[in-house]
Design a protein around this ligand. Structure first.
Ligand SMILES: Cc1cc2nc3c(=O)[nH]c(=O)nc-3n(C[C@H](O)[C@H](O)[C@H](O)COP(=O)(O)OP(=O)(O)OC[C@H]3O[C@@H](n4cnc5c(N)ncnc54)[C@H](O)[C@@H]3O)c2cc1C
Length: 537
């Protein structure tokens, strides 16, 4: 007689307690599945749990980032700033977890190190560092695209005897900067947030910059009582816009191209953009900003002029103006008082293209210009974007194929949620997912995954696996899109280019939400023909 097949302990196992995983857990329970969530950290929040560095905050408007699935939740939470800071965001996500009684389904300090598919039963055996060993029917990795901090390979990094912290692994007790000699390495989105906040506190701040970025003002402000009232009154309209817009923001698209306007009109419009909130410089700017090099150059020269107007030392100003990429080619950082920081006498800038770091010593950082002694080093050097967490989870699918081998040339996916050879495994919010306001995309994917699981269950199936031609169709669309305007090449981390040896392959959702919606509708209308559904023997 055949030995009995191992029975799953849960229907759905979610990995990761960020904004995506929390919603996935909620939706799975709501649909009547038994579910459990494993999280490596000892609290919820994902990005907003790990990135607790001074100045960490939203670049998306708070009320457009938060959940929209419950009007009651929306009504009982009041954001204080248009772009909330990390403590408020972490509080919000904890509030959501408690409000919907999700915490009892979450195990913390549980880093998943192995997840192995068992073909005979169509289940996954999952192992985590807290001793968890669980068998699940469906495995859903909501492990984030920016959740594995990256340290550049600098000789002697372990030798430094002072304190060093990565912005994405920040301690949850305050770091004391007062009177210290501090270095910040990296001027991407995190670096430019922390630099102005700590500059006044430290004795000396040295900024090590490899790539100057096109930083523009965030233009944050407290939400006034009048605005709060409007946000309450206009919830349904706002939700409609956010649930359907191309990039998941409220910002209305512009209707003119750059050279439809006269020079004077263009200048006035750019001034308006400069003073507009967050990502609207990208989403509400001229329609050809990302498609026409000349239009992009006009905006860049306007921003460069602004930088020259703020930074008093002309040499430093020039160093802060990007020369190697156009606006939008890298993820644009948004700032508050960033350029002004370089006017402080205790702040200096080291251009790593001119003087690269040679090594770290016990006391500081050495470049060709000598050793700079330091007390604290802040690594604002980014993440292994897109696939970092998934490649480190010990995932093995059919025939024991490891996910990292299956994706040796970069990820192949269908809708950014499934890949062939890994039945009953989904990864909402992973590669090929986002291209805008993240929770809106990731939420769309969670809804799709949940509806798919319901379809599988209600039709009496046990396993679901994407068909190779559906995966090829979606992946080719992404790869093809990545070579066309508005893509500018492979320099940004969107292509994995910050990680040595990583295949250069586009990691975002290329077609934006409209493509995702279209394909989701096609799956539904064609009775899930993009997937192979089967029953256990
Ligand atoms: C500093 C910063 C600011 C940002 N600002 C914005 C913004 O303003 N707007 C925007 O749209 N996006 C922003 N992002 C992107 C942000 O990552 C997403 O908005 C969102 O937080 C992603 O949520 P998530 O749940 O998919 O992933 P995450 O929030 O990254 O959560 C993933 C979780 O999975 C856990 N995990 C990973 N691997 C394992 C494992 N093997 N076992 C167990 N647990 C595991 C991690 O510990 C983490 O808690 C920002 C990112 C950073 C780093």
């Amino acid at each position: 007689m055949e030995p009995p097949e191992p029975a799953p302990d849960v229907d759905v196992l979610v990995v990761g307690a960020g904004i995506t995983g929390i919603y996935q857990l909620y939706r799975a329970l709501e649909e009547g599945f038994t579910a459990c969530l494993l999280e490596a950290g000892d609290g919820v929040g994902g990005t907003w749990y790990w990135n607790r560095y001074p100045g960490a905050q939203f670049d998306s408007e708070s009320y457009t980032y938060g959940y929209l699935f419950s009007k009651e939740l929306y009504d009982d939470w009041e954001w204080h700033e248009h772009f909330a800071h990390q403590p408020e965001i972490e509080r919000y996500l904890n509030h959501v977890v408690d409000r919907f009684d999700l915490r009892r389904h979450i195990r913390f300090d549980a880093l998943v190190t192995a997840a192995v598919y068992d073909e005979s039963s169509g289940t996954w055996a999952v192992v985590a560092t807290d001793g968890t060993e669980l068998r699940t029917r469906f495995l859903i990795a909501a492990t984030g695209v920016l959740s594995v901090p990256h340290f550049p390979d600098v000789p002697g990094r372990e030798d430094f005897r002072g304190e060093q912290h990565h912005t994405g692994l920040w301690p949850n007790t305050p770091v004391d900067f007062a009177g210290k000699r501090v270095a910040v390495i990296g001027t991407g989105s995190s670096g430019v947030q922390i630099i102005p906040v700590i500059a006044a506190e430290v004795a000396e701040l040295t900024v090590y910059q490899r790539t100057a970025n096109w930083c523009t003002p965030l233009n944050n402000a407290p939400i006034t009582p009048g605005q709060q009232a409007r946000l309450r009154a206009e919830f349904e309209g706002m939700r409609e816009v956010l649930n359907t817009s191309q990039s998941g923001f409220l910002h209305p698209p512009h209707d003119r191209a750059a050279f439809d306007d006269s020079k004077e009109e263009r200048r006035a419009f750019f001034e308006k953009m400069w003073n507009s909130p967050g990502f609207s410089k990208l989403t509400s700017n001229y329609t050809d900003l990302l498609f026409d090099g000349a239009a992009n150059a006009e905006w860049c020269s306007f921003v460069a002029e602004k930088i020259r107007g703020i930074v008093e030392d002309p040499e430093i100003a020039e160093q802060l103006i990007p020369e190697d990429h156009r606006f939008g080619e890298h993820r644009p950082p948004f700032v508050t008082g960033y350029f002004e920081t370089y006017n402080r006498p205790n702040v200096s800038l080291v251009d790593l293209r001119e003087t690269p770091i040679l090594r770290m010593t016990e006391t500081g950082i050495e470049t060709a210009n000598g050793l700079r002694e330091l007390d604290v080093i802040v690594w604002a050097t980014g993440f292994d974007f897109g696939t970092g967490a998934l490649r480190r989870m010990g995932i093995r699918g059919r025939d024991s194929i490891a996910l990292e081998d299956h994706w040796a040339d970069g990820p192949t996916t269908f809708l950014g949620v499934q890949t062939t050879g890994f039945p009953n495994f989904f990864f909402p919010g992973g590669p090929h997912a986002a291209a805008g306001n993240n929770p809106r995309y990731n939420g769309d994917q969670v809804d799709f995954v949940t509806n798919t699981l319901v379809h599988v269950r209600d039709h009496g199936y046990d396993t679901i696996e994407v068909e190779p031609d559906a995966e090829m169709r979606w992946t080719s669309m992404v790869d093809k899109w990545a070579t066309m305007p508005p893509s500018f090449g492979e320099k940004s981390y969107y292509f994995g280019s910050n990680i040595p040896g990583k295949p250069r392959r586009y990691l975002l959702n290329a077609g934006g939400r409209p493509k995702l919606f279209k394909e989701v509708a096609r799956v539904r209308d064609n009775d899930y023909e993009a997937f192979r559904l089967s029953r256990s023997p």
